[in-house]
Design a protein around this ligand. Structure first.
Ligand SMILES: Nc1nc2c(ncn2[C@@H]2O[C@H](COP(=O)(O)OP(=O)(O)O)[C@@H](O)[C@H]2O)c(=O)[nH]1
Ligand SMILES: [Mg+2]
Length: 460
């Protein structure tokens, strides 16, 4: 999953809600007297107060151990980006922020912008201390403070005031914090202050997380839509390809169904060959079973070639259930017999094997010329007639076979018309979208509750 830093921040802020330690973060420009102010607050100079030099460190000192408050001293703003970041991080977990301004150089544009930002982060848990008031002539002090109050209008909240501003002098020798100290100690006794700032921090973490999430969800949604479109395109393309192949297959099926002539011719030619063999041998059988099987195999071959690129497997043309008795043919015409015997006799007399073997031929000659009977033509006619009868039956069977194939191709077409496939990548994307939407909902719900509680805390 993508960056979850924002969400982790939310969880940190949730944990932060019941942190015992309470933090008063003092921040402001370089050399406004932040460290001096803290030292005066706690009554001892534990923090370095420098006329020159920059201390980049964040320091904490206990402020009021009974209520758990500590003071956090921070490096001056705008001196160094990394240090400024650190200050902002400290403010991010502050329960109360004190912005220290210098009376003699008060409220630059950058300072005002920073004040606005912090005020928003802490839901107004922000007060202002105008330090170095001793640097201003007494007669001009009111004017400076009035101006500052106007510039900071609207900052703060119901708990601290809007805006709350103190003019002090935190210099070690002539320091005077006035009624800032008793006021502050009174404020720090309230539990509503830390609750409000922590809810505010949680609130801003929630809205950042919500923003990050919204961006991510938009991106994810775009990805899902794109993946869906791509996948739909691929499926459609595949379906179209399969169905066009099937259509071609069906058209081609009609070809061989009407074009069995070559197989018929081959079948009859083999039958005739067998007849001649029988004639030569003087008897025998036409192996119709073998010829029929060969016919079936030839048709199967046709179909296999035709179906080679089809997305279905077609069954072969199966004629094994056909039972065909071999047609025993005795070449037993009396003339043929006589011829055969005659041939043998002559052959024996001459002592010549060839004449004896030629008996059948001689017999046929005798039959044709003496008895006017053509044994050969007779036999061929009989064989041919049987062959044609078988072919009629074979054609019927073939037609049924092709009908079956056509039905199969039609079924396959229906299958591919609605064909789809599992999409694990899409499922995963959708699941992620779903998870993120759940987090989004949770964030929105929590934000609403935090809003309500903050209003209550502030106006109780
Ligand atoms: N005149 C005068 N000097 C001050 C006052 N507060 C602090 N200083 C001096 O300003 C210098 C910087 O003070 P410091 O607390 O280190 O400022 P930081 O950088 O904001 O922490 C030191 O020399 C302080 O003694 C004040 O209210 N009046
Ligand atoms: Mg300092």
């Amino acid at each position: 999953m993508a960056d979850r830093a924002a969400l982790r921040d939310v969880l940190d802020q949730l944990e932060n809600l019941d942190r015992r330690e309470r933090r008063l973060v003092v921040f402001g420009n370089f050399k406004t007297g932040k460290s001096s102010l803290i030292n005066r607050l706690i009554g001892t100079s534990v923090l370095p107060e420098r006329a020159v030099g920059f201390s980049p460190a964040v320091e904490t000192v206990p402020l009021d151990p009974r209520s758990g408050w500590i003071a956090v001293d921070t490096p001056g703003l705008f001196q160094d980006p990394a240090a400024t970041e650190r200050v902002l991080a400290e403010i991010g977990r502050a329960d109360l922020a004190v912005m220290v301004l210098s009376a003699d150089q008060i409220l630059s544009g950058a300072e005002r912008e920073m004040a606005r930002q912090v005020n928003e982060m802490l839901r107004g848990n922000l007060i202002f201390v105008v330090n170095r008031i001793d640097m201003i002539d007494e007669g001009e002090r009111d004017e400076v403070l009035t101006w500052a109050r106007a510039a900071l209008e609207g900052m703060g909240n119901e708990l601290v005031g809007r805006p709350r501003l103190f003019a002090v002098s935190a210099a070690p020798d002539h320091g005077d914090l006035g009624w800032f100290v008793p006021w502050l100690l009174g404020l720090l006794g309230s539990d509503r202050l830390p609750l409000l700032s922590r809810l505010a921090c949680l609130h801003s973490a929630l809205s950042l997380s919500r923003q990050a999430l919204a961006g991510e969800i938009t991106q994810e949604r775009r990805q899902v839509a794109q993946a869906e479109a791509e996948e739909a395109g691929r499926i459609e393309e595949y379906r179209a390809q399969m169905r066009s192949q099937l259509a071609t297959g069906r058209t081609r099926l009609r070809g061989p169904a009407s074009d069995l002539r070559t197989h018929d011719d081959a079948f009859l030619a083999s039958a005739r060959e067998e007849a001649h063999r029988i004639l030569r041998a003087g008897g025998g059988a036409v192996p119709w079973g073998v010829l029929v099987k060969r016919y079936g195999a030839a048709v199967s071959d046709d179909v296999r070639d035709m179906a080679a690129d089809l997305p279905v497997t077609l069954p072969p043309f199966d004629l094994t259930t056909w039972i065909i008795r071999p047609d025993q043919i005795a070449v037993t015409h009396p003339a043929a017999h006589t011829g055969s015997t005659l041939g043998q006799m002559v052959g024996q007399a001459l002592g010549d094997e060839r004449v004896a073997e030629g008996g059948a031929t001689l017999g046929r000659w005798v039959a044709r010329n003496v008895f006017q009977t053509d044994v050969e033509a007779d036999l061929l006619r009989r064989v041919e007639a049987t062959g044609r009868r078988l072919l009629d039956a074979l054609h019927l069977e073939t037609a049924q076979y092709f009908d079956r194939l056509d039905a199969l191709l039609q079924e396959a077409d229906a299958y591919y018309a609605g064909w789809t496939r599992r999409q694990p990548r899409l499922d995963e994307l959708r699941q992620r979208m779903h998870d993120m939407s759940a987090i989004e909902e949770w964030t929105d719900d929590l934000t609403r509750r935090v809003d309500d509680v903050m209003r209550e805390v502030e106006h109780a």
